[in-house]
Design a protein around this ligand. Structure first.
Ligand SMILES: Cc1ncc(COP(=O)(O)O)c(C=O)c1O
Length: 373
């Protein structure tokens, strides 16, 4: 195959021999689930993000769902969240019967605008799910203040933000219950998997029980103290997670370098904005590389041209309230969250992963520049 047509995927996991070794060790140990590797993974993770407790789960989605269950969200409750996110950040409480209320995002950060959150609060509001989209930390302090003032539960969807920092502290260390995800396109992977961090011992105990079919500490295998789920991770995945955590700093550094390379390659390209730079309060963890095309640009033509050259892209992110099931169920339509809707038309994820080669990034930048000319 000619070099110029070699496909460049949107994403690719970064797994090495150390990961293989750790996974093999568990496979040979005979202890494939509910074993000590999960405890070790949780301890290392909690230490890494500076949270008192961590509970591993089967996915980011299941972690968010468990926090919605623990918050007691249900029919008649409203939960405010971001429309510019992955659907799980809203689905997690819809499954419990609560109603989504979408507050618009800030055009720069693409995260919830605290003023929009405040305006959306009603007597029925019970919680806010704040998302760190594309690894850029959300406005935690003002949102936390609003939640304290109105007695609301705050859940941080940090599924895309492992390694990010807000006001100098790692996301996960701020005393807000947070959820991380380990799907293979994430900074670190366990295949499928997730982690909930909390500063409450009580919440950790609830998580451990709820993820394990409602079994309680000290109870037998067939004793179920509460209505639970099978949202467990297994020791095989936890072993992979440990391998990934061991090299997380290197992974984050490589992703940071790849992002800096794109920023350099794309600087000065007309009709395109690169992702928002960090500032004193926000340090992004590079999950994806999403550019924003100028209004009036034919994004479909750009995508088609890159695809023709074997370059993977994705329309990150459609606005959640405009998904078919949302329109049908709640009657949401265009105009509810204009900033999110505008971004949804114009943002585009480029190939981005830990071991992306500089040469491939150059090819992407060249192709994108030509497609925009
Ligand atoms: C913002 C956000 N929330 C939740 C999730 C759900 O994570 P998972 O795919 O592990 O269920 C993801 C992952 O794609 C995500 O990006």
């Amino acid at each position: 195959m000619r070099a110029a047509t070699r496909p460049i995927p949107l994403s690719s996991p970064y797994v090495d021999e150390r990961d293989e070794e750790l996974v093999l060790e568990v496979l040979r140990s005979g202890r494939l689930s509910l074993g000590p590797t999960i405890d070790r993974f949780e301890e290392l993770f909690a230490e890494k993000v500076g949270a008192p407790y961590a509970a591993a789960v089967s996915s980011g989605t299941s972690g968010l769902h468990l926090l919605a269950v623990i918050a007691g969200l249900g029919a008649g409750d409203e939960v405010i969240t971001s429309p510019y996110s992955f659907v799980a950040s809203a689905n997690c409480f819809i499954h419990e019967g609560a109603t989504p209320v979408f507050a618009d995002v800030d055009e720069r950060t693409m995260n919830l605008d605290p003023a929009a959150v405040e305006a959306a609060i009603t007597e029925k509001t019970k919680a806010v799910v704040a998302v760190d989209i594309f690894g850029y930390p959300c406005e935690l302090d003002p949102i936390r203040e609003l939640c304290a003032e109105h007695g609301l539960t705050l859940i941080q969807d940090a599924c895309e933000a492992l390694g990010a920092e807000y006001k100098g502290g790692a996301v996960g260390s701020h005393g807000v219950d947070a959820v991380f995800a380990f799907y293979p396109n994430k900074q670190m992977t366990t295949g499928e998997g997730g982690m909930v961090t909390t500063s409450s011992e009580e919440t950790r105990l609830q998580l451990v029980s709820l993820r394990n079919q409602g079994r309680t500490d000290g109870g037998g295998w067939l004793d179920h103290g509460r209505l639970g789920f099978n949202y467990r991770i297994d020791d095989v995945r936890a072993a992979l997670g440990i391998g990934q955590l061991e090299k997380l700093d290197r992974i984050l550094g490589m992703r940071q370098a790849a992002a800096a390379r794109y920023a350099e390659l794309l600087a000065g390209v007309d009709r395109l904005e690169v992702p928002l730079a960090d500032d004193a309060d926000h340090l992004r963890s590079w999950f994806v590389y999403v550019v924003t095309l100028a209004r009036g640009t034919d994004r479909e033509r750009v995508i088609a041209e890159l695809e023709r050259q074997g370059i993977g892209t994705s329309r990150y992110l459609p606005s959640i309230h405009l998904q078919a099931y949302m329109r049908e169920r709640y009657g949401f339509s265009e105009g509810l969250c204009p900033v999110s809707e505008d971004l949804s038309q114009r943002t585009l994820a480029l190939p981005f992963f830990t071991a992306i080669e500089a040469e491939d990034q150059e090819r992407v930048a060249e192709a994108l520049t030509a497609a925009l000319a």
